[in-house]
Design a binder for this molecule. Structure first.
Ligand SMILES: Cc1cc2nc3c(=O)[nH]c(=O)nc-3n(C[C@H](O)[C@H](O)[C@H](O)COP(=O)(O)O)c2cc1C
Length: 159
């Protein structure tokens, strides 16, 4: 096993929630992808971090627009997690109700909870770029159990 394989396997034991990172390109078209490298960073100011692969086709538009949103998925939204990780950009939003709050980044209407952010800082980190967002608005928090990613598979948790 290579060091990278072992690292992935070890990190797979750190259970996370699942988010969809969203934004808009220069034409105003929606873009989004599944992410679990999401960390709460600061309360003053309100900051949240998402690690984005430099290979992500969404990254240039996110950097250009300077805004993004995070929609946290519920246990019943496994299909959306798969779709936003795999299919083409147009298919990702097909039939998915969205709305906007402050920044114009699309928010998945049926998310468990959401954050609407303006990019506060970008930090280079190996093959990823850490996008730190200042939270302009956030909400949600009621409803079903969360979608959880653990050892490469989806599940849920009921503490
Ligand atoms: C559970 C899960 C978590 C993921 N987490 C991240 C992440 O934190 N950052 C990232 O850049 N890609 C992550 N990905 C991969 C992206 O969702 C995937 O590469 C996507 O196709 C990128 O879309 P884009 O090229 O249109 O931006 C994750 C995928 C899955 C299934």
């Amino acid at each position: 096993m290579t060091d990278q394989e072992r690292f992935r396997q070890v990190m797979g034991h750190f259970a996370t929630g699942v988010a969809v990172v969203t934004g808009r390109d220069g034409d105003g078209q929606t873009l989004g992808f599944t992410a679990n490298a999401v960390v709460s960073v600061s309360l003053d100011p309100l900051l949240v971090l998402v690690g984005v692969d430099h290979a992500s086709s969404s990254l240039p538009a996110l950097r250009e627009s300077g805004v993004f949103a995070l929609s946290f998925l519920g246990a019943s939204q496994k299909g959306l997690a798969r779709r936003f990780a795999a299919e083409t950009r147009a298919e990702r939003f097909a039939g998915v109700p969205i709305r906007t709050e402050e920044t114009g980044a699309p928010i998945l209407e049926e998310a468990l909870a959401w954050l609407d952010c303006r990019v506060w800082k970008e930090v280079e980190a190996g093959d990823h770029l850490l996008l730190i967002g200042e939270v302009e608005r956030c909400g949600g928090g009621e409803g079903e159990e969360p979608l959880v990613f653990y050892r490469g598979a989806y599940g849920t948790v009921c503490p």
